[in-house]
Design a protein around this ligand. Structure first.
Ligand code: GLN
Ligand code: ZN
Length: 760
C-alpha cells in the first residue's frame, strides 16, 4: 500500500479556538496553563483525525502559538537582547517578540513580519545580533513529539530547515549566513539526536528556499550544512521537504545526497516532474510526491494525479518508494467543509479543505495500488464530479473582455500634468496626513453585523447604525486634524469578502478561516464563475461620508489583483483572464464613485507583491506583465483631477520599483515602519514619480508611537523624498486595532506632520 504524508496541518482550530484563547491570554482573562490546555486539545484533535484517516506520516511541531519561524528562532536561542532582558515568562517573551511589549515603562518594538514566500501567511522575521550564542535552548519539537507519542501516535517532527532559516534571518551586525552556518548546523544535529533518543523515526526539514533562484554560493552553503547533518543522523531518517515551486537549480545535487526522503511540489513546481524524468531520482530515498494541493480548495483530479504518478514510476521510482503527499502545509486551506451549512451539495462537492484532503490522500493511495472494483468506483466518482457542470461562463462578461483595447490601459494626461492639476484642485498642505482606510472594528460593530447577518435586526437598522459610525469617525478625524478623511470601512467584514459579496461569480463560506498572521485569520471567498459587478458597492457609504464634512473623503476600493490573490482562484481559466474580469467590475465602481463626487479614490493592492513569482526569471512573464496593466485597466478612465491612490502592504518591492511606478497611480502608501527604510533609497535612485506615503508607524502592534518618533521618521524620509511628494500615514488599515491606541497614535501623527511641515 502506498504511504501517505501530510506536510503540516492548520492549527488555529476548526472554530478558531486558538485565536480566541490566545487573545484572552493577551487580555489576562485566562492563564498560561489554560492556553496550553487549549493548544493540547487542538493538537490532539488534529493528530487523531489524521490517524483516523490512515495518514502514515503525521506531522508534529507544525503547531505554533504564533509562527513557526519565530518558534525556530527561539528554539535556537536567536533572541535579540532587547527581548532577552524583559522580566517576563518564556511564553510572554515569545509573544513580546511577535507583538512588541509596552508595560511598566518598558517599550520594545515587535520583530518585523513578512509574507511567507508567495502566500498570505506572515512569518516573524528573526533577527541575529552579533554575539548571539546559538544553542538548542528550547525543546518544543521534542515535547510535541512526546505529546503525540503519549497518545500512541508516531509522528514526524517538522522544522524549518537550517538553509531556509538562515535565508530568512536579518543580520544586524557583521555576522553572515556563512559565518554562523556551522554553529547553527551543530545545534540542528543536537536536535536530531534528541528527537532520535526519544524515539522519532523521521524528521522533516522544510526547505522552501530551495525553490528560489540559487547561485553557487547558496548551493555550496546548502551542501556544507547538509553534509554535516547527513553524517550525523543518529539513526533518524531525514526528509528534505520543498514546496511552492521546483528545485531546478539544485535538484541534480539533491538526488545524490544521502536523504531518506525528498519532498517535491508537483502542483506549483512547474518543472518538478521534468526534473525527475530528466535526472532520475535518488537510489534509496522515498519520494514525497506533493500531489494534493495545499493552497487551493478544488477537488483533486485523480486521473491526472495517477498519470503524474505513472510518469514518476516510468522514470524509475518504484511504487513502494512513492509517498502520496500534500504539495505544502495545509496551513493555507481551511479546516473542513463540515462547518459549511449554506453551500448547496452540488457546489460543495467540488471543494476539499484540510480534513477532506486527508480523504483524497487515502483514496489516491488506494487507487495507486489497486485496479479492483473499488478503485474503479473511486475514479469514476471523481471523474463524475469533475465533469459536472459549473455554469461558470457568462456571455456578457466574455463580450466585455473581448472589447478591451490598448486605450483602456492608458490614463491621460500623463502623471506630471495630473499632479499639477491635482495640487491645485485639492489645495492640501505639504505632507498631507491620511489613513489607509479602515478604523477600529470594535466589538460593538462586529456584534451589530452579526445581528444583521442572523436576521435579528433589519437592513435599515443596520445601515442606520453604520451611518452613525461614519458620522462619528468623520468628526473624530476632523478633531484629530487629518487632511484626507476616510469613511472607516465599518460596513466591511473583510476587504476582499465584502467586494466578493457584491460580485457575480463569487461564493462564500461561513467558517472557512485561514491563518494570516498570529491570531489573525481571513476567510477567502471562492471564485466560482465569470465575474461582474452586481450593483454599486461602496458609493452609498462614501457619498454619505463626504456629505458630513468639507474635507476631502477618500473612496476606498479593493483592487482586482488583491481580490484575486486573496480568493481561492479558479483552476479552469488563467489568472490573467480572471483578474481582467474583476478589473472591469471594479472599474465600474471607480467611475461610479467619481460620478458621485468622490474625487480621491484609493484602490488597495495590498496583495500585489505577495504573488510575485519566487524566481526572478518568472517575474514579468508569469505575473507583472498582466498584474500591472490590470491596475491601469481599473483606473485608466478617470478624469485628470480625480486622484488615484493605491496601498500595498509591506515595502518589499525594492526590486520592482519601475513596475510599481508603471501602475500610474497618483499616490501610493505602503508599510515601511517595521522594515528599515532602504526602500527610500531605491525610490530615489529610480526617480519614482508617484507620490508616496511610507507608513510612519506600525499598526500591527498595539504600541503608541510618540510625536518625536514619527517626526524623526518623517525627517528621515525627507532626506530621500521631495517634500512635494511625501504623505504622512500609518502603515496599514486600523481595523485590527482598538480606539485606545488608535486615537493617540493618529494625534501624534498629525502633530509630527505639523512640526515637520512648519520646519520646511
Ligand atoms: N483599506 C484597507 C484598510 O484600511 C487596506 C487594508 C490592507 O492593506 N490590508 O483596512
Ligand atoms: Zn496594508
Amino acid at each position: 500500500m502506498s504511504y501517505t504524508s501530510v506536510t503540516g496541518f492548520p492549527r488555529i482550530g476548526k472554530l478558531r479556538e486558538l485565536k480566541f484563547a490566545t487573545e484572552s491570554f493577551f487580555k489576562n482573562e485566562i492563564t498560561e496553563s489554560d492556553l496550553l490546555n487549549t493548544a493540547h486539545e487542538l493538537k490532539e484533535g488534529s493528530w487523531k483525525k489524521q490517524s483516523a484517516e490512515g495518514i502514515d506520516f503525521i506531522p508534529s511541531n507544525d503547531f505554533s502559538f504564533y509562527d513557526n519561524v519565530l518558534d525556530t528562532a527561539v528554539l535556537f536561542n536567536v533572541i535579540p537582547s532587547r527581548y532577552r532582558n524583559l522580566p517576563v515568562s518564556e511564553l510572554q517573551r515569545y509573544f513580546a517578540m511577535a507583538r512588541g511589549y509596552q508595560k511598566d515603562g518598558l517599550d520594545v518594538h515587535a520583530l518585523p513580519m513578512k509574507k511567507w514566500f508567495n502566500t498570505n501567511y506572515h512569518y516573524i522575521v528573526p533577527e541575529f545580533e552579533d554575539g548571539t550564542s546559538i544553542s538548542l535552548a528550547g525543546n518544543k519539537p521534542v515535547e510535541e513529539y512526546l505529546e503525540a507519542k503519549k497518545l500512541g501516535l508516531q509522528t514526524k517532527p517538522m522544522i524549518i530547515g537550517p538553509f531556509t532559516f538562515l535565508s530568512l534571518l536579518k543580520f544586524t551586525g557583521n555576522s553572515t549566513k556563512e559565518s554562523i552556518a556551522s554553529d547553527l548546523t551543530a545545534e540542528y544535529v543536537k536536535l536530531i539526536k534528541c528527537l532520535s533518543d526519544n524515539g522519532a523515526e523521521w524528521i522533516q526539514f522544510d526547505e522552501p528556499s530551495l525553490v528560489k533562484d540559487l547561485d553557487d554560493a547558496d548551493i555550496s552553503l546548502f551542501e556544507k550544512i547538509y553534509q554535516s547533518i547527513l553524517e550525523n543522523k543518529s539513526g533518524c531518517k531525514v526528509l528534505l521537504n520543498t514546496y511552492f515551486g521546483d528545485t531546478r537549480d539544485i535538484y541534480s545535487k539533491l538526488i545524490t545526497m544521502d536523504f531518506d526522503g525528498l519532498g517535491l511540489d508537483l502542483i506549483e513546481g512547474r518543472d518538478s516532474l521534468e526534473l525527475i524524468k530528466k535526472n532520475g531520482f535518488s537510489n534509496n530515498a522515498l519520494l514525497f510526491a506533493g500531489v494534493v494541493n495545499g493552497k487551493n480548495i478544488w477537488r483533486n483530479d485523480y486521473a491526472k494525479t495517477l498519470d503524474i504518478l505513472a510518469q514518476i514510476k516510468a522514470a524509475g521510482v518504484s511504487q513502494e518508494r512513492i509517498v502520496i503527499s500534500t504539495s505544502c502545509s495545509l496551513l493555507h486551506v481551511p479546516y473542513t467543509l463540515d462547518n459549511e451549512t449554506k453551500l448547496e451539495d452540488g457546489i460543495k462537492k467540488h471543494f476539499v479543505f484540510a480534513y477532506e484532503k486527508l480523504g483524497e490522500l487515502r483514496e489516491l493511495a488506494y487507487i495507486a495500488d489497486h485496479t479492483d472494483e473499488r478503485a474503479k468506483e473511486i475514479l469514476n466518482q471523481n471523474a463524475d464530479i469533475l465533469t459536472a457542470d459549473r455554469n461558470a461562463t457568462d456571455p456578457e462578461v466574455q463580450k466585455k473582455l473581448a472589447a478591451i483595447t490598448e486605450a483602456d490601459f492608458v490614463r491621460l494626461p500623463a502623471f506630471a500634468e495630473r499632479e499639477k492639476i491635482q495640487k491645485e484642485k485639492f489645495g492640501l498642505p505639504a505632507i498631507p496626513t491620511t489613513t489607509i482606510g479602515s478604523f477600529p472594528q470594535t466589538k460593538e460593530i462586529k456584534k451589530e453585523r452579526s445581528l444583521y447577518t442572523k436576521g435579528q435586526i433589519t437592513k435599515d437598522e443596520y445601515e442606520t447604525f453604520i451611518k452613525e459610525r461614519i458620522r462619528e469617525v468623520i468628526r473624530l478625524q476632523e478633531e484629530i486634524g487629518l487632511d484626507v478623511l476616510v469613511h472607516g470601512e465599518f460596513e466591511r467584514n473583510d476587504m476582499v469578502e465584502y467586494f466578493g459579496e457584491h460580485l457575480n461569480g463569487y461564493l462564500f463560506t461561513e467558517k472557512a478561516w485561514v491563518q494570516s498572521y498570529g491570531t489573525r485569520c481571513v476567510k477567502p471567498p471562492i471564485i466560482w464563475g465569470d465575474v461582474s459587478r452586481k450593483e454599486a458597492i461602496t458609493v452609498k457609504w462614501s457619498k454619505y461620508a463626504a456629505e458630513q464634512t468639507d474635507k476631502p473623503v477618500k473612496g476606498m476600493l479593493t483592487g482586482p489583483v488583491t481580490i484575486l490573490n486573496w480568493s481561492f482562484p479558479r483552476e479552469d481559466i488563467s489568472r490573467k483572464e480572471s483578474v481582467y474580469q474583476i478589473a472591469l467590475a471594479i472599474r465600474d465602481e471607480v467611475l461610479d464613485l467619481e460620478a458621485n463626487g468622490i474625487r480621491i479614490i484609493q484602490i488597495d493592492e495590498a496583495a500585489l507583491r505577495e504573488k510575485l513569482p519566487l524566481r526572478r526569471s518568472d517575474w514579468y512573464s508569469e505575473y507583472l506583465d498582466w498584474a500591472i496593466p490590470t491596475f491601469r485597466l481599473v483606473s485608466g478612465k478617470v478624469k485628470a483631477d480625480t486622484q488615484i491612490h493605491t496601498h500595498m502592504c509591506y515595502s518589499e518591492f525594492t526590486d520592482i520599483i519601475p513596475a510599481i511606478d508603471d501602475m500610474d497611480a497618483d499616490v501610493i502608501t505602503f508599510e515601511a515602519s517595521r522594515s528599515d527604510l532602504q526602500i527610500l533609497d531605491s525610490l530615489k535612485e529610480n526617480n519614482f514619480k508617484t507620490e508616496v506615503g511610507p507608513g510612519v508607524y506600525d499598526i500591527h502592534s498595539p504600541r503608541v508611537p510618540s510625536v518625536e518618533e514619527i517626526e524623526s521618521a518623517l525627517k528621515k524620509m525627507l532626506e530621500k523624498i521631495d517634500a512635494s511628494k511625501l504623505w504622512a500615514n500609518p502603515d496599514c488599515g486600523l481595523k485590527t486595532r482598538g480606539n485606545e491606541e488608535t486615537i493617540p497614535s493618529l494625534k501624534n501623527l498629525v502633530a509630527a506632520a505639523k512640526r515637520v511641515r512648519d520646519s520646511l
